[in-house]
Design a protein around this ligand. Structure first.
Ligand SMILES: NC(=O)c1ccc[n+]([C@@H]2O[C@H](COP(=O)([O-])OP(=O)(O)OC[C@H]3O[C@@H](n4cnc5c(N)ncnc54)[C@H](O)[C@@H]3O)[C@@H](O)[C@H]2O)c1
Length: 367
């Protein structure tokens, strides 16, 4: 039985606690650490957690806890991952696992020092449609991916940015805007299937929201194998949709457009090649569940499987790096107005911080 502690009892922690409850034969929620005492009590009562830690360090010192889920605001992730690794815990951290490439490398150093296990939540990777596409690419049926597109058009209100203590919408608390907090799911889903990005052209801007970060971005990327991709993300949309699309040598693939479930079935595949069509049909039959499982539950189960085998994963730092590199490149190209070459070097200001230490003026109110 694996003892689990959760740090942060806000919105997404509920999904972690419910997943642990569904895995009661393998895992048990031992403690919650939360700085807001009333929220901690409500959470503990709702999920039957025996121990409330006012300070996360008390939770990390508890020998009954082997695995820690980090569910706090973005800016805390890297330092909490390092602390948890140093305390000997296996770590599953909400996305984005780090707020910059520099922060990601601090976690990588701690991982090397401690030999610990650390994985980023990327729940979209458990959607059946994404998994079918992954199999088609990994098994070679799709051929080379020539072009990919990521569109994330979500609606966020002024209340969303004001609530939760105001960490959202700031470089300090959120470490970026919708690119790093909302678009990252679809960016990870697409770029986990592509060659490494090597050049980024982008514009980032703020049209609607009264925040420091961008609310809208558009980018075009060149990939190391000659392929290309575009990424469009906004939190200023009136309607909501998400979509990832691919043109490959032997097929074309499109996700559905459900804003929060684009990785799930249905996906739409087309090919001129009869053999590829047969492969698509076979994979679709195999990977299309009657009902999609809750993706946090699927990833936490997968994490427990990795932990029990002593393996790092399911989304180790090397894989989590890709989306952060794309996002850092988009910010660099957007802020500087120049193409950004990837990978960024450690002395690059955009490696250290997503805004490269700059202020985003934004076009709000301008004509
Ligand atoms: N995977 C997903 O689909 C998904 C969805 C929503 C949010 N998230 C991610 O989850 C994280 C949390 O988002 P949220 O919407 O739950 O935020 P939230 O503000 O609702 O919850 C964060 C909680 O952390 C607590 N907290 C802050 N500092 C703390 C500390 N030092 N020790 C203990 N508790 C502390 C806050 O009091 C709050 O209760 C974010 O990084 C976000 O990007 C992921």
């Amino acid at each position: 039985m694996i003892g689990i502690g959760i740090i942060g009892a806000g919105g997404i922690a509920q999904a972690h606690a419910e997943a642990v409850r569904s895995l009661a034969d393998r895992a048990r929620l031992v403690a919650i650490a939360e700085t807001d005492p009333a929220r901690a009590r409500t959470f503990a009562e709702k999920h039957g957690v025996g121990k409330i830690a006012a300070d996360r360090r008390d939770l990390l010192a508890d020998p009954a806890i082997r695995m820690v889920c980090i569910c706090t605001p973005n800016a805390t992730h890297a330092s909490f991952c390092v602390e948890a690794l140093e305390a000997g815990k296996a770590v599953l951290c909400e996305k984005p696992i780090a707020g910059s490439l520099a922060e990601l490398d601090l976690i990588a150093d701690a991982c090397r020092r401690t030999g610990g296990i650390v994985s980023s939540i990327f729940n979209w990777r458990y959607g059946g449609g994404y998994r079918a596409m992954r199999e088609l690419v990994a098994g070679g049926a799709a051929g080379r991916v020539l072009w990919a597109q990521v569109n994330v058009l979500w609606r966020r209100t002024a209340e969303y940015y004001r609530s939760a203590g105001g960490w959202r919408g700031t470089w300090k608390g959120e470490r970026g805007g919708p690119l790093i907090t909302l678009g990252i799911h679809a960016i990870d889903a697409a770029f986990s299937l592509l060659a490494a990005p090597c050049e980024v052209h982008a514009v980032v801007d703020r049209f609607t929201h009264d925040v420091e970060v961008e609310d809208t971005s558009a980018a075009v990327l060149r990939l190391a194998d000659g392929g290309m991709a575009s990424v469009n993300v906004t939190s200023a949309s009136h309607d909501e949709s998400s979509q990832v699309q691919f043109v490959c040598e032997r097929l074309t693939a499109s996700s559905n457009r459900e804003p929060y479930a684009a990785a799930e079935w249905p996906w739409f595949f087309h090919s001129d090649d009869p053999r590829t069509r047969d492969l698509i049909d076979a994979i679709a039959v195999r990977s299309r569940p009657e009902r999609e499982e809750n993706a946090h539950l699927a990833q936490i189960r997968d994490f427990l499987d990795h932990l029990e085998r002593g393996e790092n994963g399911p989304v180790p730092l090397g894989e989590a790096r890709r989306s952060l590199e794309v996002i850092a490149g988009i910010y660099k190209a957007g802020f500087t107005g120049q193409p950004a070459a990837l990978p960024l070097s450690p002395d690059d200001p955009f490696y250290r911080e997503m805004n490269g230490g700059r202020i985003l003026e934004g076009r709000r109110g301008r004509r």
